[in-house]
Design a protein around this ligand. Structure first.
Ligand SMILES: [Zn+2]
Length: 177
């Protein structure tokens, strides 16, 4: 593990089943490795606890290490939840450019019966950076939407560059998803 990096921006899906810190690039092979990272913080917290002897310094260290435990657990829960969402391929995705908000609105349609808790709408900012960020989201539907938005965004950018009017909406059918 890279020295010193606390992976403050959380972890993203990267590679087969692994997760990557976008800051230092360290890879976690699976959720079990992420859980070990949480347990390390819990051990550090327990050590800080045993050092508290009524001085303010020790208590600050304890509070900080407790906060770190919570932060790492949040990262882990998010990844665990995303890993639990079964991936159901949509039947159709409608992407609409909203110039006022500077976002791409995505509407997701599924074959009936619609899967429970399926994501039906999602907005992605119309910038390459934001699109790239969602390309590595732990949720596979979000990754798929980001991929389609990127495709549309590039086509629109090219047309605008040629001085041609860019379309405001694009439908992706199941064969393209
Ligand atoms: Zn890192």
């Amino acid at each position: 593990m890279a020295e010193g990096c606390l992976h403050l921006e959380g972890l993203r899906v990267g590679g087969a089943n692994g997760y990557v810190c976008p800051v230092c690039g360290v890879r976690f092979e699976d959720l079990e490795e992420v859980r070990r990272w949480v347990r390390e913080a819990e051990r550090a917290r327990d050590e800080a606890y045993s050092l508290v002897e009524g001085d303010g310094f020790g208590e600050i260290a304890l509070r900080e290490s407790q906060r770190e435990v919570y932060r790492r657990r949040r990262v882990m829960y998010e990844l665990e939840n995303a890993a639990r969402v079964p991936f159901v391929r949509p039947e159709m995705v409608l992407v609409m450019y909203d110039g006022d908000r500077g976002v791409y609105e995505c509407r997701v349609f599924y074959k009936e019966p619609r899967p429970a808790n399926a994501m039906e709408s999602f907005a992605i900012g119309a910038s390459q950076e934001e699109i790239l960020e969602f390309r590595s989201d732990p949720n596979p539907i979000v990754r798929l939407l980001a991929e389609k938005v990127e495709e549309f965004h590039q086509v629109r950018g090219k047309l605008a560059g040629d001085g041609a009017p860019a379309p405001e909406r694009r439908v992706f059918y199941s064969s393209e998803l």
